[in-house]
Design a protein around this ligand. Structure first.
Ligand code: NAP
Length: 311
């Protein structure tokens, strides 16, 4: 049973969480990072990053590794331990995990997001048997096969290009007749010979016996329904915040509401990265934004601790 006390407890080890930990460590605060799954969070699922300043091109896992190494230089432990609850005890916050509890003067929530589901028949049944939410993790199983990607945002179009290097053929199935993805990303998809785009089309079911064999599709232009044989389906229809366990600090969509210092309505509890409320102007889903948030949250937490515990 853990019962350790830290100045700052960071929940989540994506770019926001690791940057918070880096800043907390460098400001001389004792800090721990608690991560549910894999160090680096969604970075570990990204094939190539081309818009992170300072790197023309870097893989997600490589950036995660560098960040982790940088954080560990400041003796910040990073543990794989799922957080189940945070209890506000005024000056101290109790962070419960599946293994025990930690005490923090400040907590930074950086739990990010998780992929949204399409919610069509067969999606759940064939998850892991042809249905995937991660091209980098599962793409290799579809070498020389036919796959479809659903969505029209940066994730869908970018991952379709990634898959086109492995699969024989990639369909992008999008419900409208234009993508919302960045123009540079779109250009690559349009120039890739084995990518075919099915505009104004939705998936109505995923079909197969043991493994995915086909998709039922509906062409919204003429209401035509047809079957498309595929070996796999990659779903990229957006992300929702991973904030189920946090009470009293979220908006109706589950995003954590923070002020300009990244502090929630509970003094001493901060949040950073993609789990934070989308202000109208906020470009979420950008690693550089998460990193900025993480730095800001840690600086604010440092100021908060100084004010609360030394004045
Ligand atoms: P997103 O931007 O929210 O796009 C989701 C896509 O899925 C949209 O095209 C949407 O269609 C479609 N969609 C949503 N619900 C659907 C449904 N039920 N059925 C069919 N289609 C559906 O999500 P994202 O692409 O994952 O990106 C999330 C954030 O991360 C964005 O801010 C993005 O810029 C960022 N990101 C950036 C990069 C990069 O390299 N710069 C890479 C990945 C992600 P509509 O267009 O019709 O709404």
């Amino acid at each position: 049973m853990q019962n350790e006390e830290y100045d700052v407890v960071v929940v989540g080890s994506g770019p926001a969480g690791l940057t918070s930990a880096l800043y907390a460590g460098r400001s001389g605060r004792s800090c721990i990072v608690l991560e549910k799954l894999s160090i680096g969070g969604q970075l570990t699922l990204i094939d190539v990053i081309e818009n992170y300043p300072g790197f023309k091109r870097i893989s997600g896992p490589e950036l995660a590794k560098r960040l982790e190494e940088q954080v560990r230089e400041y003796n910040v432990p990073i543990r794989i331990e799922e957080v189940t609850k945070i209890v506000d005890k005024g000056e101290r916050k109790i962070v419960n995990t599946v293994e025990g509890e930690y005490i923090g003067k400040a907590v930074i929530i950086a739990t990010g997001t998780k992929p949204k589901q399409l919610n069509v028949p067969g999606e759940r049944e064939f998850y892991g048997r042809g249905v995937s939410y991660c091209a980098l993790c599962d793409g290799y199983f579809f070498k020389n096969k036919v796959v479809a990607v659903v969505g029209g945002g940066d994730s869908a179009v970018k991952e379709a290009v990634y898959l086109s290097n492995l699969a024989k053929k990639v369909y992008i199935i999008h419900r409208r007749n234009s993508f919302r993805a960045e123009k540079e990303i779109q250009k690559k998809a349009f120039a890739t010979e084995n990518i075919e785009i099915l505009w104004s089309t939705v998936v109505t079911s995923v079909n197969g016996s043991n493994f995915v064999e086909s998709l039922s599709l509906k062409d919204l232009k003429n209401n035509r329904e047809y079957t498309l044989p595929v070996d796999g389906l990659f779903i990229y229809v957006g992300f929702s915040p991973s904030t189920e366990i946090f009470e009293g600090v979220k908006n109706e969509e589950g995003f954590i509401v923070v002020d300009g210092n990244m502090m929630t309505s509970i003094p001493g509890i901060f949040a950073a990265g993609d789990c934070v409320v989308q202000f109208k102007e906020r470009a979420w889903g950008q690693i550089s934004v998460c990193v900025g948030d993480g730095a800001k949250a840690a600086i604010s937490a440092d100021e908060y601790i100084s004010k609360m515990f030394t004045e």
